[in-house]
Design a protein around this ligand. Structure first.
Ligand code: CA
Length: 229
């Protein structure tokens, strides 16, 4: 489960240590030393998780958290606050501003990794690397294998990601723009009709086991993954 992590931390020692530990766990880490640097980075890139130190020079981590939560673009990104404060009230304040979790320094790298996994599982189930199974369709993100009623099915990389997203977000309608955001990522410029092309390919691959019926077109809205007809 490799994630793109934005680390906002002003103490060089802690920043280095975390970069090393997170890198060893397979994550891509970008570090910013203050809120301004973080905001600049966030303009162009959406990380999978933000690790945010509470005490920063200039705008505090708490204020940055509040600001990110007020912006629709950043609302889905999990935020874990890092802090030296361990008081109950501080913890409540941190969670009230919209942080997903809170970890008190000093913490063990292992504890941090497990917190990261937990927020990813909650906020983005398609990130965790755990197999998903719906109605006889099984996708294993680690081995990149998909089977329909036990029979192997073949997918291109985009169709695989699309299917993974759908299987972890069932019974909800997604517009083409939302699918582009979620599956292609927001650094990429592709036209909305590209989504239709990949949906067609995805259905074709799923025909082998009859699971293509799970990918439903919702007229005027987009697509839905559903076991109901
Ligand atoms: Ca600090």
């Amino acid at each position: 489960m490799a994630a793109n992590i934005l680390l906002v931390e002003d103490e060089p020692g802690i920043q280095e240590l975390l970069k090393l530990n997170l890198g060893q766990a397979g994550h891509q880490v970008t570090a910013a030393e203050d809120a301004e640097g973080a905001l600049l980075y966030l303009k162009t890139t959406l990380p999978d998780v933000i690790l945010l130190d509470w005490m920063l020079p200039g705008m505090s981590g708490l204020d940055l958290c509040r600001r990110l939560r007020a912006d629709k673009r950043y609302q889905p990104v999990p935020i874990i606050m890092l802090t030296a404060r361990g008081e109950e009230q501080d913890r409540v304040n941190g969670l009230d501003t919209g942080a997903d979790d809170y970890i008190t320094k000093p913490f063990s790298p292992r504890e941090l990794m497990s917190r990261i996994r937990a927020v990813l599982r909650r906020r983005a189930p398609q990130m965790t690397g755990e197999p998903v199974e719906v109605a006889g369709l099984r996708l294993d993100p680690t081995s990149h294998r998909v089977t329909g009623n036990g029979k192997p099915l073949e997918f291109g990389p985009t169709e695989f990601r699309l299917l993974h997203f759908f299987m972890t977000h069932p019974e909800r309608v997604y517009s083409r723009a939302q699918l582009l955001d979620q599956v292609w990522g927001d650094d990429v410029f592709v036209e909305e009709r590209t989504v239709d092309v990949h949906i067609r390919r995805l259905r074709l691959s799923l025909e082998g086991s009859g699971h293509d019926r799970l990918i439903q077109t919702v007229r005027g809205s987009g697509y839905r993954f559903s076991v109901q007809q």
